[in-house]
Write a protein that binds this ligand. Sequence first.
Ligand code: PHB
Length: 391
Amino acid sequence: MLRKSFLAALAATALAVGTLPAAAQETVKIGIITPLTGPFASTGKQHETAARLYMQQHGTTVAGKKIELIIRDDAGRAENTARIASELIQNDKVSFIAGFGLTPLAMATAPIATNAKVPMIVMMAGTSIITERSPYIVRTSFTLGQSAVIIADWAAKNKVKKVVTLVTDYAPGHDAEKSFVDQFKSKGGEIVESIRVPIQNPDYAPFLQRVLDAKPDALYVFVPSGQGSILMKQYVERGLDKSGIRLIGTGDITDDDILNGFGDAAIGVITAHMYSTAHPSAMNKEYVAAFKKLNPSLRPNFASVGAYDGMHLIYEALKKTNGKTDGDALIAAMKGLKWESPRGPISIDPETRDIVQTIYIRKVEKKDGELYNVEFESFPDVKDPVKAAKK
Ligand code: PHB
């Protein structure tokens, strides 16, 4: 009898204890790892503001689960990103890892997502190959090829015959160069020279002198978000703004976050990209106003929508799984999702887990004393051309 009641008491205790982890599971954690310090800190600030804005607007409960956001700074260093991802998964038990401000940071973390079967949402890094590095990766940012092909077509159609390309010497720069060069040549254009500049402490001045000497019709540029300021300063110092050589590029160069600091030399620069602060939809006007209210020192740029839409992707996937956090179920739920973003209509390609979106051609104009990328042509449903070419 005694033994029986002891066992019953034990069972009752086990039951009571058993309810504790169940209660704890009612919280779903999202870990965002992004550069909040160092040379790429603007990306982290954009990610953080956009993710917090999304939660402010859409609430902190999804499918009966409480959503908790953990934001960690990797300072833009891959060894930090991978270590923080492991800590977030093992110690904090996050159900999603997200962020990834630069390609090397995403590449270093991909095997961790695969081993843990945790969805990894790429909110910035733009090299094509990233999504192929893990079946748990879904991208809400862009690929460099998407913008590069569109601006190459524009150049070929607009009396640009000879181009010098200048890109930052790492994977997304190589994608931005190859997609542009292949497309521009296929339309009859000539590449006079292709220049690659180191990512660390870039000094563009000697390269810009070479561009002046080569006298192309246009200089095509890719530099990662945040680095455009140094290039524009040296571009003006070397007199390229008065040389008659047009400046074109992917929209990373005229990043809305820093564009206002460029001065009037930037007026007329033509780029192709997926987001502009000046995108004229009602949804974007509301987004820009709410974003500035939350962080008055920032203007939302293309990194911000990567994070805002990444949060939307996570919320919608959780709704579809009824709050279940199984990695495979979440990834299946994400495939094929479609929605309206502040940038315009977007979807997740169910085959590649990469983003499909409208790419706009834009021209820098001054309005009410501020510089904006004003969209004047749009190309809907653009897929990553690098993956399309592999098929
Ligand atoms: C990248 O490292 O993939 C990257 C970073 C910033 C950009 C574009 C691409 O603006």
